[in-house]
Design a protein around this ligand. Structure first.
Ligand code: NDP
Length: 244
């Protein structure tokens, strides 16, 4: 791959699910990956897989709720690789529950990871993209950014926010900067494991019976990144054919 098409791509939440699949796919495509999450053992496994296949990846412990940590994640990538071409804001949590269960700490965690984490990524990468005269933000929102169901009020609220923030970014950003929102439907991952409320957990067992693999989302991201620089894929919704 030539240096003009080989991109430096940062992915948050790369220790499992969609983030891991995205790092694997984009590294296999020949890009330089920088992958972050909190579980360092899982990141080490990812790095071993990528390198065994001949790919290039740096893995870093990253907590997206910590603004300084995200700034250092991006700053270090810039220092080591000379530029940052793509920032995939993927880290997210989904401890679904009814509002009257008052699981207020879980509400806070969703707001912190899904909204503040996204904003921390934008704050760290946007000035670099502006200085470079180019860059590409990819936000992993959700079908929950388009509809609300009982138990999804707070999660959907964070994903509606992620959708709105990303759309605002697209409208405001310099035309050299591309912005893509990817909204997955039910994808096989560890996401539902954060649900503690028994009713929501049970409902999700049925709702999540039909899944698509995380590689389907990775492929969609690769499609958006692979377009010529004057084409911006604004939004993609990808769900199992059987999901309504
Ligand atoms: P997973 O639970 O498998 O992955 C979530 C990732 O987020 C993990 O790598 C986790 O890593 C990371 N993460 C969580 N908290 C933090 C934090 N504070 N700092 C850094 N990383 C963090 O689920 P998915 O792969 O499914 O989720 C990825 C994204 O896709 C999320 O934004 C989710 O909302 C979205 N999505 C998923 C759908 C699905 O059906 N799977 C549907 C629609 C949207 P670690 O714990 O190691 O930090």
């Amino acid at each position: 791959m030539s240096t003009t098409t080989r991109k430096v791509i940062l992915v948050t939440g790369a220790s499992s699910g969609i983030g891991e699949a995205t790092a694997l796919r984009l590294a296999a495509d020949g890009h330089q990956l920088v992958a972050g999450a909190r579980r360092e053992d899982r990141l080490a496994d990812l790095a071993a897989k990528v390198r065994a296949d001949g790919g290039s990846i740096d893995v870093r412990r990253l907590d997206v709720t910590d603004r300084a940590d995200v700034a250092e994640f991006v700053g270090r990538a810039l220092r080591e690789h000379g530029r940052v071409d793509v920032f995939v804001n993927n880290a997210g949590v989904m401890p679904l529950s009814r509002l009257d269960s008052l699981l207020v700490d879980e509400w806070d965690r969703m707001l912190d990871v899904n909204v503040r984490g996204l904003l921390n990524g934008i704050a760290a990468a946007l000035p670099i993209f502006q200085r470079q005269g180019g860059g590409h933000f990819v936000t992993i929102a959700s079908i929950g950014a388009h509809r609300v169901v009982p138990t999804s009020a707070v999660y959907s609220g964070t994903k509606y926010a992620a959708w709105a923030i990303t759309e605002g970014l697209r409208l405001e950003a310099d035309p050299s900067i591309r912005v893509t929102t990817v909204s997955p439907g039910v994808v096989e991952s560890e996401l539902a494991s954060t649900i503690t409320e028994p009713g929501a957990r049970e409902a999700m067992r049925t709702y999540r019976a039909d899944t698509i693999p995380p590689s389907a989302i990775a492929d969609a991201i690769a499609f958006a990144l692979g377009q010529p620089s004057d084409i911006d894929v604004n939004e993609l919704i990808i769900r199992p054919t059987r999901q309504r």
